[in-house]
Design a protein around this ligand. Structure first.
Ligand code: HQG
Length: 179
């Protein structure tokens, strides 16, 4: 059962972050889609998915990747889009330090250019080292970089926090990174 949920969750990430057109839906400018339309159009690909299961997946997803609107008529991915959406996060003061998990092969480029958003809309930073370690581990032996986010913010850089707690910013210059 759990693996089925994982598989549906992966498919939902794909649709709600990257290729909504694959099942013939469109995200609105803030990334939302109607739950009833989603359930209808996704049936062909995920025949077991119904409203009850969708609610379960949203509630139990390990990284809280999806969120409903207040009356649960709409759903969106909380972050990680490659299609253009405006998630309308509020700018927020970050803690003094945030962490970024990466791997050795990117280190020379990061030392030179800092952290870049690459294919995402923001650079993703974690509030604690354990989370950053998990992020880095997806690519190999993790290296944890400490970002002096408090100092960046004091000097005018904007930070946002997604619904699932990930910290987001545009670019981290190398001088704010402790290697
Ligand atoms: C690296 C997952 C070369 C960066 C995770 C990373 C997270 C550079 C990779 C979320 C660079 C981008 C985000 C530079 C950064 N030169 N490489 N200048 N700057 N990089 O996946 O932060 O499962 O786009 O270190 O748990 O790894 O999607 O970002 O290795 O929360 O929900 O370029 O993705 O969540 O990789 O991960 P990503 P990320 P989800």
């Amino acid at each position: 059962m759990k693996t089925n949920n994982n598989q549906i969750s992966k498919f939902l990430s794909l649709i709600l972050r990257h290729t909504p057109d694959k099942i013939g839906i469109q995200l609105d400018e803030n990334g939302w889609v109607d739950v009833s339309e989603l359930l209808h159009k996704i049936k062909k690909y995920q025949p077991t998915l119904n409203l009850k299961l969708l609610k379960e997946i949203v509630a139990t997803n390990d990284k809280k990747r999806f969120a409903f609107n207040e009356d649960m008529t709409k759903i969106r991915a909380s972050q990680g889009h490659s299609v253009s959406v405006e998630l309308a996060y509020e700018a927020k003061q970050p803690p003094a330090f945030l962490y970024h998990g990466t791997v050795a092969k990117f280190m020379s480029a990061i030392k030179e250019n800092g952290l870049l958003k690459m294919n995402r809309h923001h650079v993703h930073l974690s509030e604690d080292r354990i989370t950053a370690t998990r992020v880095g581990e997806r690519r190999g032996k993790p290296i944890i970089l400490t970002v002096r986010s408090g100092e960046m913010h004091a000097q005018g850089a904007a930070f946002f926090q997604s619904e699932n707690g990930v910290w987001l910013t545009d670019h981290v210059l190398p001088e704010y990174i402790e290697f």
